[in-house]
Design a protein around this ligand. Structure first.
Ligand code: DGP
Length: 112
């Protein structure tokens, strides 16, 4: 999608630090990291948010990518947090489905 910043990252029109890529998914470092490891896991297909997911199996494959990247980034054994913000009240600021993968420190609860 033309005016979507994450689609522009996928198309390499906007630079990002890529952490993992395959034909269906891209993982890159968040520009505003909230933890020593803070990556965004996205499908290359433009899907606005959780409410627009029609292919549930895609999510299974996405979480296999989460597992791979958690291993690759060295945060699998100590643990990590996966966050999805959906819609305005959820705090979503980019309307392209993405999961934050945060690790490298203890995560507090509850979120703000
Ligand atoms: P959310 O609030 O859940 O929609 O998170 C969007 C995240 O995307 C936010 O943590 C900052 C990140 N972000 C926004 N624009 C860019 C960008 O151009 N490059 C990168 N690497 N991250 C971005």
């Amino acid at each position: 999608m033309e005016d979507c910043i994450f689609c522009r990252i996928i198309n390499e029109e906007v630079p990002a630090k890529k952490v993992y890529e395959d034909s269906e998914f891209l993982v890159f470092a968040d520009v505003n990291p909230q933890a020593p490891v803070h990556n965004l896991v996205i499908p290359k297909k433009h899907i606005s948010n959780i409410m627009e997911i029609r292919d549930g199996e895609m999510l299974g494959r996405l979480f296999e990518v989460v597992q791979k990247v958690a291993q690759q980034e060295g945060i699998a054994s100590d643990g990590f947090r996966v966050v999805n913000n959906c819609g305005e009240n959820g705090g979503q600021t980019v309307d392209h489905l993405h999961f934050h993968l945060l690790g490298g420190r203890f995560m507090e609860w509850p979120p703000g």
